[in-house]
Design a protein around this ligand. Structure first.
Ligand code: TRP
Ligand code: SF4
Length: 561
């Protein structure tokens, strides 16, 4: 990486909110509030460049539904309510960030840092995403294809899968339709640069390892959980549920040989799947590693409290120079609740535990709790722990090992003894594109989106008739500037047509909001670029036909119903 702050060179960022009418003047807290022309451009945050935001309560609810028609009207909610983290937090560390990252199209992530670190250090990492073959691949899918390909080029093991079981069970697609669409997705993926010799392609239905893994993972998931996460009910068929555990297996499949940081690039609608996969990865582990202070268990809040007192109290102040559980309990009882800044319940619970432990010394230690370990693995771990340790029925306490080493040791023992040792999978999230007709991009409204199979001339025409963020009259546009951040045509430039050329994307933006660019010419240029892109892409698709035939994936399902 260069020492430059990549933010300096960033192109504009986008806001693809479709419900802009719900927005009013925000306090500018959200730096995603509209397209920011940073990087020292004259007129940064110029009039009209700022999309005003709703102040919290006014926006509609965000529901993340993998099988619904998700639109996201307020990306902030994804951070606040669902705990998705901002991509900007990791961006400065990403080597050669993709333009979708630089421009804020990829806006969110979960735990992406381990993947970034692996890429930086040439250590094993993987990328995987899946596609439901329900129609023709379109420019929204291209984002994900590009993300997979970029990670492959950065050195990650790359996986792309056809979610045929899911398409069949959740969308009722016939196997014939599935085969036709699957082939088409794969051609576009290859045409855009995926290297099938160096990457893995598979379909859910014929990957025996995925199905075995799905069965294993299913042991840690139950119906109540599916109900809570996906709204499944008594009418939900079992195949649909199987497609969920299959997706869980897809997500963890790259780690079957060995645990490694894995990123799943998806739209935010898939976040419920990512969260469940992260949970399951954890539940499959042989050992849980935690910090403890005595024989009893503490939850996070309780542990923080005890840790604080352990730090503050000096053993020399007590009878035999030993800090014991009762001592902490006594001190806690003397401290006003307000000073502790915790709930009375937490205090109660901690006091009970400390008093019950009584004269037991309070000493920090690493605890390895047995979750799914085999007996052999448990014994092997006992042997492997160096220094002072105590062995209990279901856990081992170690006094001379640090947390990071403990995590590594636990994983090593697990893998050596036939466990998976999964790392929680990471994810990155891209924004949904606005439909060309305004509103959302929908595969059922052909004019709203551009299929990668569209005749280049049709692509040209769709762009020409797209809605824009332009003003009523050319005069008004010259005076006030266009609303690029509400313009689907601008999105096309930023997400696709400008390619890697940040200068170009920024120029279009600046010229638009500065009133120098008028929609007619702007659309003509975009339409022309779209036509060229489609023609070129389709040519490449034809060229990679043979490559696909040679690739290790069944293009035809034996099933026919
Ligand atoms: N459920 C995804 C969709 O609706 C497809 C999918 C299946 C997937 N398995 C996956 C996506 C694994 C990411 C990772 O498009
Ligand atoms: Fe959109 Fe271009 Fe018109 Fe600006 S000039 S509003 S970017 S079509």
């Amino acid at each position: 990486m260069t020492g430059d702050d990549p933010r300096e060179e960033r192109g504009p960022e986008f806001d693809v909110d479709s419900d802009s009418d719900l927005e009013d003047e925000g306090e500018g807290k959200d730096k995603r509030a509209g397209l920011r022309t940073d990087g020292g451009a004259a007129g940064a945050d110029s009039e009209g460049a700022q999309t005003p935001r709703a102040d919290g309560g006014a926006v509609d609810d965000v529901a993340l539904d993998p099988w619904g028609s998700s639109t996201v009207s307020d990306y902030r909610k994804l951070f606040e309510e669902f705990g998705i983290e901002e991509f900007d937090d990791v961006l400065p560390e990403v080597p050669h960030p993709h333009y979708l990252m630089r421009r804020g199209v990829i806006f969110g992530q979960r735990d992406y840092r381990p993947v970034v670190e692996a890429l930086q250090n040439d250590e094993p990492a993987a990328v995987l995403s899946g596609f439901m073959p329900t129609g023709d691949p379109h420019i929204g899918h291209k984002l994900v294809f590009d993300e997979i390909i970029w990670h492959q080029q950065q050195g990650a093991d790359a996986y792309a899968l056809i979610a045929d079981l899911e398409a069949n069970s959740a969308r009722g697609m016939s196997w014939e339709e599935i085969d036709e669409h699957a082939r088409s997705y794969l051609l576009s993926l290859l045409a855009l640069g995926f290297d099938p010799e160096d990457g893995d392609l598979y379909r859910q239905s014929t990957n025996r390892d995925v199905q075995d893994l799905a069965f294993d993972l299913g042991a840690e998931a139950n119906f109540s959980e599916f109900q809570a996460i996906y709204g499944f009910d008594g009418e939900t068929d079992a195949s649909h549920m199987q497609s969920v555990v299959t997706q869980m297996a897809d997500i963890l499949y790259p780690q079957l040989e060995e645990p490694k940081p894995t990123v799943i690039p998806v739209g935010p609608d898939q976040d419920p799947h990512v969260r469940l996969a992260r949970d399951l990865a954890e539940r499959m582990r042989f050992f849980k590693v935690s910090t403890a202070y005595a024989s009893f268990e503490l939850d996070d809040e309780e542990r923080d409290l005890v840790a604080r007192f352990h730090e503050e109290l000096d053993p020399a102040d007590f009878d035999d120079d030993q800090l014991r559980c009762v001592h902490v309990a006594e001190t806690l009882e003397e401290t006003p609740l307000a000073e502790l800044a915790i709930d009375a319940e937490v205090l109660d619970s901690v006091l009970t535990k400390l008093n019950e432990a009584g004269m037991e010394p309070l000493r920090p230690r690493i605890r390895f709790s047995d979750r799914r370990a085999t007996e052999d693995a448990f014994d092997a771990l006992i042997d492997a722990i160096e220094g002072e340790k105590r062995v209990y029925e279901n856990h081992i306490d170690a006094f001379e090992i640090d947390r990071a080493d403990a995590e590594e040791l636990a994983r090593e023992i697990e893998v050596d003894n036939g466990g998976y040792g999964f790392q929680p999978p990471s994810s990155i999230y891209h924004r949904f594109m606005t439909g060309l007709t305004g509103g959302k991009m929908s595969s059922s409204v052909p004019a709203s989106h551009i299929s990668l199979l569209d005749d280049p001339e049709d692509g040209y025409n769709k762009v020409k008739s797209a809605t824009t963020g332009g003003r009523e009259t050319a005069g008004e546009q010259r005076e006030k500037g266009g609303k690029a951040d509400e313009c689907p045509v601008y999105e096309l430039y930023a997400y696709l047509l400008a390619g890697d050329d940040d200068e170009f994307a920024k120029r279009v933006y600046d010229e638009c909001v500065g009133g120098e660019r008028l929609c007619g010419d702007c659309k003509e240029q975009a339409a022309q670029l779209m036509k060229e892109f489609l023609a070129e892409h389709q040519e490449k698709r034809a060229e990679v036909e043979e490559l696909l035939e040679q690739a290790d994936i069944e293009l035809e399902s034996p099933r026919r119903r």
